[in-house]
Design a protein around this ligand. Sequence first.
Ligand SMILES: [Zn+2]
Length: 451
Amino acid sequence: MSRSYAFCLFPHVSQSQKRVTVTPRSLTRICLISVFALIASSSHAQIDRWFSVQPIRIYDDAGLNPAPMPLFQAETEKIFAQAGVAPIWLPTVQVNDSSMLVVSSVSDVNVPGNGQHVDPLTVNMWFVEDLDIGPDWILFGSAYINGNGVVINGTDVSTWGGGRRDTIAHELGHNMDLEHETLGAGGGENLMTAGTSRDVPGDISHITPDGDNLSQLTAAQITQLRSSPFLGTVAEVLVDTNGSTPYSTDDFFLVDFASGPLGMSLSSLTMDLSPVNAFLDPTAADPGAVGTPFALNAASMSGVTAGDLTISGDTDGSQLLTIDFAAGSFTEGDSFRFGIDADLYTNIDGYGATPEELMGTLFTFEFDSGLLSEAEIEDDLIASSIKPIKNLSFSDYNIIRQIETPFQWELHPDPVRAVPEPASVLLFGIGALLAWNPRRRQNKFIENRGS
Ligand SMILES: [Zn+2]
């Protein structure tokens, strides 16, 4: 079995030295990339894809001295947001094994029974104390290209320049089949460029589309990434408001399953009125002597029946209304309208909360997979499960997906990826840093390529 390696080689430079020299030609290229990325970013302001990450933290044999775990969650989320994708971080798994604290490659930790998630399409990410590839080198991370598995050098990613904030996203990009010099990578501002010439954001305010506009993905990279088998879909469900008050209506709220994969269904919808200081007023009981109950608009029921819906929380003073759906009943193309009186605590029994006053009301969309999307009513008077969202998570992650063999074959002509055996995976993406000694770097580079 032959192996090919991709190296990310970094000269030892301080952060103040990290910017590339800007010549007129490279400036043009950088500007073009910037505009390109901003367009790509704005077209994906929504989050309609997710992937799951299983952090695996190595401790010593006694269960002490854990490897540092620089997840850089917010930075990684911001980087992937430009592709309309959100990482979902599963609870960390602890592995006690002193021999795993210092390794040299993801293949050293990707051995059976080493904390991997049972779902083959959840990315396993090991955090070790050090990646040791020789005294003159720092290896920040190592990841399969188009495969499942990343190992992170917890110490150096934590401490380099106050934190190497793009390494987690860079290595995840390798798993999703992105490389150093393809699909527009190669410039300082691109996430996937090798570390030698990549500008690392000093803090989150320099990640695209802000500040120095770093960690960009090109449209071609986004297309590639979004085709990765690691990704799942967030279906689009909307809650729209209709009219001027929910009082005495059965159609003030429209719930519309606008788009989603075949078979995906909504299992529950919760409306939380507490952010806008409002409450439900279904009867004459306090608070609010004048109220109207929950009512479905019979004529609006499309693809779903009243019998599929179970309502709870529709009591006086309640700030939480929940609609549970019969399994599989509410799917793409289905919609219905309902009403229930809601008042502001600052105006009990007044006109009733207007759509504008309900801006900020928080909806939680729970899908049959357990995926939870939280979104509030925005200034367009709509809450959407994909745009913009406040949070994406799983109530209980128990997904075990199948790797589709034909799709896999199209992505990479190497069917062994379905079985994460390190010896059978063809390509590795490796991020390395070597001492700032050009002559030595050359020698070391050749030496490593030959090894
Ligand atoms: Zn790399």
